[in-house]
Design a protein around this ligand. Structure first.
Ligand code: PHE
Length: 342
C-alpha cells in the first residue's frame, strides 16, 4: 500500500493530479485510512505491531506528499514566469507618427553654421509694423521699391500692420535693441501676395543675416557667405555677386552659387539648375548708412553687412524637390521622406 502510494505520488505530473493522488492514497477512504481503522479490531498482540507499521506507512506517504507538493509548486511558478513574460520589443499597433518638417530641420542646420562662428539667432513676429518692414529700411511711403514686394496689409489699415514681406525688419529690431558688435541670423516665415505655383507661394521662408561692427566691408560679406555655401554644399563651390538694388544696402548684390550638381559643366543636361549653371540664393549688401542712422547707430563709427536668402529654394535644390507646393501642403509623407538628416 505504501509503495503503491509513493509511486503514485512520484507519478503525479502537476498539482491537480497530486490532489487526486492525495485523496486516493491518504484520504479518509484510502486503503491506509481503512487499515488504520481496522487496527482496533485486531487482537491486542497484533495491534501494536500493525499500528506501528500503518503509522510509519502513513508518515512516509504524508512526507512524500509534502515533498512532491513543494516540487510541483516550484515547477508551476517557473512555468508561469515563462508563460507570462511580455516581450517589450515586439511591435504593437501604433497610431501613425508625425514627422518634423524639413524646413524646420534645414533652418536649424543653416543657423548652426552661424552659431558655430559665434553668431546669435534673433527672432521677430510675422505680423510686423509697417515702419519696421519698410520705413526703417529706407523705404519711405513713396519709395518706388515698396512695390518690389507685394504686401498683405492687415485691417484696420490705420494700425499700419503688415505680414512681414521679408526677414529684414529683424535687422531693425536687433539694431534698435542691441549695441554693436552685432552678429545675428534670423530664419523665419515671410509673406507676399504671390499666386501659388511650382515655384511661388504666398508664404515662404528666408534667413536674414546681419553684422554691425567696426570696419566691416563687402569682403566680410563674401567670405562669410562662401563659408556658408561650403558648410552646406561642400568645398569647391564657387559663388558670385551680381550687382543689384535694395534700398537698405549699398552696394547691393544678388548672390549665386555654382550648381553643386553639374558645377557649371554642361548645365543644359542638369536637372538641378536646369541649364543655368548657377543657383540664386538671394540678396545681400553693405548696410545703407541711412538704416544705421534710423536705428540709432552711428555710421561714422560702425558699418554693417546683411543678407536675406530663400530657405525653401535652398531646400528644393539640395533635395530635388520639384514643386514648392509639396513644401507647404503638409502631407506627412513628404516630411517623413527627409528623415532627420538634412
Ligand atoms: N530683404 C531682401 C529680400 O527680401 C533680401 C536682402 C536682405 C537684401 C538683406 C539685402 C540685404 O529680397
Amino acid at each position: 500500500m505504501r509503495d503503491e502510494a509513493i509511486a503514485a505520488i512520484a507519478g503525479a505530473k502537476d498539482l491537480a493530479e497530486l490532489k487526486q493522488v492525495r485523496l486516493d492514497h491518504a484520504g479518509d477512504r484510502s486503503p491506509l485510512a481503512l487499515a488504520n481503522r481496522e487496527i482496533g479490531a485486531l487482537p491486542p498482540q497484533a495491534r501494536k505491531e500493525a499500528g506501528a507499521r500503518v503509522g510509519q506507512a502513513r508518515g512516509a506517504v504524508n512526507k512524500a506528499l509534502g515533498e512532491r507538493t513543494l516540487v510541483l509548486e516550484a515547477e508551476h511558478e517557473e512555468r508561469m514566469l515563462v508563460e507570462e513574460t511580455v516581450d517589450v520589443t515586439l511591435a504593437t499597433q501604433r497610431r501613425p507618427r508625425g514627422a518634423r518638417h524639413p524646413i524646420t530641420t534645414f533652418s536649424e542646420r543653416l543657423a548652426d553654421v552661424f552659431l558655430a562662428m559665434g553668431w546669435e539667432v534673433a527672432d521677430g513676429p510675422w505680423v510686423e509694423a509697417e515702419w519696421l518692414n519698410f520705413d526703417a529700411l529706407n523705404m519711405g511711403p513713396d519709395h518706388p521699391a515698396r512695390t518690389m514686394q507685394d504686401t498683405f496689409w492687415l485691417e484696420p489699415a490705420e494700425a499700419a500692420l503688415v505680414l512681414r514681406t521679408h526677414t529684414s525688419p529683424v535687422q531693425a529690431r536687433t539694431m534698435l535693441t542691441q549695441q554693436p558688435p552685432i552678429y545675428v541670423v534670423c530664419p523665419g516665415r515671410v509673406y507676399r501676395t504671390d499666386e501659388v505655383d511650382a515655384t511661388h507661394s504666398p508664404v515662404f521662408h528666408q534667413i536674414e543675416g546681419l553684422v554691425v561692427d567696426k570696419g566691416i566691408t563687402m569682403a566680410h560679406l563674401k567670405g562669410t557667405l562662401d563659408h556658408m555655401t561650403t558648410a552646406l554644399f561642400g568645398s569647391g563651390i564657387t559663388t558670385r555677386f551680381r550687382p543689384s538694388y535694395f534700398p537698405f544696402t549699398e552696394p547691393s548684390a544678388e548672390m549665386d552659387m555654382v550648381c553643386f550638381v553639374c558645377r557649371g559643366v554642361d548645365p543644359d543636361a542638369c536637372r538641378t539648375c536646369r541649364g543655368e549653371g548657377w543657383i540664386e540664393l538671394g540678396g545681400c549688401g553693405v548696410v545703407n548708412p541711412r538704416v544705421l542712422t534710423a536705428c540709432g547707430i552711428d555710421p561714422e563709427v560702425y558699418s554693417g553687412i546683411a543678407f536675406g536668402f530663400g530657405i525653401d529654394r535652398m531646400l528644393m535644390f539640395r533635395h530635388n524637390v520639384e514643386d514648392l507646393r509639396d513644401v507647404f501642403e503638409g502631407d506627412v509623407r513628404f516630411a517623413s521622406a527627409f528623415g532627420t538628416e538634412i
